[in-house]
Design a protein around this ligand. Sequence first.
Ligand code: TAP
Length: 469
Amino acid sequence: MRDYLKFYIDGQWVDPVAPKTADVINPATEEVSGHISLGSAADVDKAVAAARRAFATWGETSAQERLEVLEAIQAEYLRREKELGEAITEEMGAPLALGCGFHTLLGKGHLQTAIEVLREFKFEEQRGATLIRKEPIGVCGLITPWNWPMNQTCVKIFPALAAGCTMILKPPQLAPFSAHILAEILDTAGVPAGVFNMVQGSGSVIGTALSTHQDVDMISFTGSEPVGVQITKDAAETIKRVGLELGGKSAWIILDDAELANNVAAATAGMMGNSGQTCSAGSRLLVPNSRMDEVIKAATEAANGVTVGDPQGNFAMGPVVSKSQYNIIQEYIQKGQDEGAQLIAGGLGRPEGLDKGWYVKPTVFVGNNDMVIARDEIFGPVLVIIGYDDVDDAVAIANDSNFGLGGYVSGVDVEAARNISRRMRTGAIWVNGGFDFHAPFGGYKRSGNGREWGEHGFHEYLEVKSIIG
Ligand code: TAP
């Protein structure tokens, strides 16, 4: 049982102003696995005051001083990486190999990237008669979701620290354990008091207190579209900068020249990874109509081959994060059937033999782009296959979405695949796979307005000043 009842404010582990606790449920067992405190606006006031005081000195530190702090964090992160992974498995149900693997690797990667970028970053540059300075924006409120807890937390904290900002982190109630351990890591590493603060609690209380706070300069938010809209409205009164990283309904286009079976299998398995709870998941698989029979065979086999079970065991997929998420996904599977999509794998209910825990069957539909299951972000292991006639048709379908976060193109002719990528209205496109911590990541359209990762992630936390003459 993990009882993480204190907040981290001004370099101290402190009790909440008014005691109030909440259970944290393990989605694999449906049992209580720990408790957190739910803070109030009074806790936020304390944390913001500490961050404001600390900004006076942290904002003036040299890049070298901040580098030394980031390197100290890195040593401590590496020492506790396994603990972080185990906490992620417990809080949101990722299989242990994933929790202790890609989940913590992402956090580590953002830390290493922040160090690399900071070593080279030019905070001052003379252009003609003007000295252009990049200065830290100030006190930042960081509001994060539960689906890739270390990724989303680290992609904010480390660039913000590197830029010279101070901050208050509000982790998700559903996945608060790994954030608590991360706060311990920052504490042990010697991050100066007040530079990093963490207050747990509900979004409607802690998130709102941060978004509306007079003394918070910026909010960086990752999460759902409706909450992004609310935060933007709440932040408007105080004209603070709001960086939004929201949802997606990304298209994976398999071109006619691509080797079909392997690509369909990769796209299907990719969709089921992390139980489909990935904002940039390729949840619409676009394939040539002329090859639909082959695609159906390959996708069915791939989905049926995804093993589902206890995240402590050796399974590819664990449960989804919560009962409410499970119910939402079931409603979408029902909706897909009601609107006439062809179910080729999975379907309603838990996989056989799993009576406890929020397990969902890896599910694949063949449908069209007008269906609700092709338009809404389901945020579960549900793939929709859509046929296209030619490349123009594929691009039109890919772009016919309110979202524009990720995209994938598979094909032998890489230049052709890149040209198709140029036509897609979306923030990041992977051509035949690949991975780069320095690639900017963020959305077009309703997928948001920010760019995180690499050097672009620094600009989120910087003001630009011109000194002319
Ligand atoms: P949300 O429900 O939006 O929650 C995200 C965070 O916002 C949580 O910490 C939540 O607190 C908080 N929050 C809730 N209401 C708030 C309010 N009124 N003001 C301020 N903060 C508030 O999202 P989720 O269900 O955790 O995450 C899933 C969504 O995130 C999906 O749509 C997914 O696509 C998106 N996502 C996007 C990306 C990128 S990079 N674009 C990455 C991952 C996830 P609680 O603790 O109360 O929940």
